[in-house]
Design a protein around this ligand. Sequence first.
Ligand SMILES: NC(=O)c1ccc[n+]([C@@H]2O[C@H](COP(=O)([O-])OP(=O)(O)OC[C@H]3O[C@@H](n4cnc5c(N)ncnc54)[C@H](O)[C@@H]3O)[C@@H](O)[C@H]2O)c1
Length: 246
Amino acid sequence: MRMAERRVIVTGGASGIGEATVRDLVIQGARVIIADLDDERGPGLAEELGEQVTYQRTDVADEDSVTALFDAAEATLGGVDGLFNNAGIGHIGPSAQHPLTDWQRVIDINLTGAFLVAKHAIARMEAAEGGAIVNCASILGNFGQSQTAAYSAAKGGVVNLTRTLALEYARKGIRVNTVSPGYIITPLLDALDQETKDYLAGLHAMGRMGQPEEVARAVTFLLSDEASFITGSQLLVDGGFTAGKS
Ligand SMILES: NC(=O)c1ccc[n+]([C@@H]2O[C@H](COP(=O)([O-])OP(=O)(O)OC[C@H]3O[C@@H](n4cnc5c(N)ncnc54)[C@H](O)[C@@H]3O)[C@@H](O)[C@H]2O)c1
């Protein structure tokens, strides 16, 4: 088991890519805290998976809530070795009509939230002299796509935040990497109609969208010691989307 006895926080762990990663980490022996706002799916998943998993209601955009998360991790797990910084929301619409409140919420959760959780994780990992963080960006952190101004700006920020944190803490034994999924079949895509989904699926070289489990396995790898010389990198899990046009 690649993650035996590791203590891992998964933000946004109640659904989609986060849920699949929680399940994969548990199979690999980790103890996991689901940090999410979903008070139905989060506790339900923790109960289903048994004593290796607990749920802590967390808003990643609220520093008091993030502090409480790490206090809970200390109390229930005795510390944190790994973090999957995955919580995120989407927003689609023309930039000129983008309400500031919507822009702010996307930035608060997808970028500032990632920073806040990483900040508190690193403080604990520094004291423990090691750890691993995986930040969830997106293919949209690497190129633009119309109608996704806040989301793409936030995800581009996550890619470069990762590099900066990796440089800052590499010599303290803390690895920081990005996983950037292509389009993955999760509730995040519920806002899209079938025609748009079919179009987007066809943009992947493999001609399909990904499954959350296909991202989860990459995250577990990056969190594990198998990735011991990997930091500051971005692993694209995108079915060839960003490889180019064929
Ligand atoms: N699905 C895709 O196509 C895709 C592609 C690239 C990147 N991503 C990224 O993957 C991550 C997971 O997305 P998903 O597709 O699994 O979506 P999802 O909607 O299935 O899951 C997101 C989870 O985040 C939680 N969450 C939202 N706001 C939160 C907050 N403030 N604090 C804590 N938890 C919060 C939600 O409750 C939910 O459980 C996101 O960062 C998303 O941007 C998704």
